[in-house]
Design a binder for this molecule. Structure first.
Ligand SMILES: C[S@@+](CC[C@H](N)C(=O)[O-])C[C@H]1O[C@@H](n2cnc3c(N)ncnc32)[C@H](O)[C@@H]1O
Length: 176
């Protein structure tokens, strides 16, 4: 029994490390304080479709689906264990307006998105910035925890009153 627990724990560590090495982004969740600041920054956004690009364990995805209960929220995650946990918690606890997909955000069709949400890291944001410029329809909002989108000018930004003074950014894909 102890041996089985050890094997399972090691398998979980290998899966999380493998996913992190592949994407360069660990599955670290957005804190509740940052989440509140992000929602405040986007308070006048009323999306019909939200994509979360890199949903991790699903905490922020669930909060997004509860924040906008009329919207369809699509949580995209490419790391197997966080994706499985996110998928399982949605199956067990909902909400029904949350769909969880095992997919690479940089290969996802985002034309239906009104709002994209992300918490990645600077190298991943550098890849995401040009991808979003091509993939998003004009007028689509992008809400980012901590890291700016290189080459994009934020519509609004705020600092969370936490020890890191975490920045959050709201962008809008322009019509150009
Ligand atoms: C820092 S975590 C954030 C999790 C969640 N969004 C939150 O804020 O609580 C970033 C997640 O993005 C995932 N990720 C990174 N690059 C990705 C990509 N190209 N496609 C899908 N998921 C990606 C990672 O596997 C990781 O789970």
């Amino acid at each position: 029994m102890e041996f089985l627990a050890l094997v399972l724990a090691l398998a979980a560590i290998v899966l999380v490390l493998g996913g992190t090495l592949r994407t360069g982004v660990p599955p670290m969740p957005t804190s509740s304080g940052v989440r509140a600041c992000m929602f405040d920054l986007a308070k006048d956004v009323a999306p019909a479709t939200v994509f979360e690009l890199g949903a991790g364990w699903g905490g922020l995805a669930t909060a997004l689906a509860r924040r906008w209960p009329e919207a369809k929220v699509v949580a995209v995650e490419v790391s197997p264990l966080p994706w499985a946990v996110c998928r399982l918690r949605q199956a067990l606890f909902g909400p029904a307006n949350l769909e969880v997909r095992f997919a690479d955000a940089l290969k996802t069709d985002l034309r239906a998105a009104d709002l994209c949400v992300c918490f990645l890291c600077p190298p991943a944001m550098a890849k995401l910035a040009p991808y979003l410029r091509d993939a998003l329809a004009p007028g689509t909002y992008v809400l980012s925890n901590a890291f700016a989108l290189p080459g994009w000018v934020p519509l609004r930004e705020a600092r969370v009153a936490d020890i890191h003074r975490t920045a959050v950014y709201l962008y809008r894909r322009d019509a150009a």
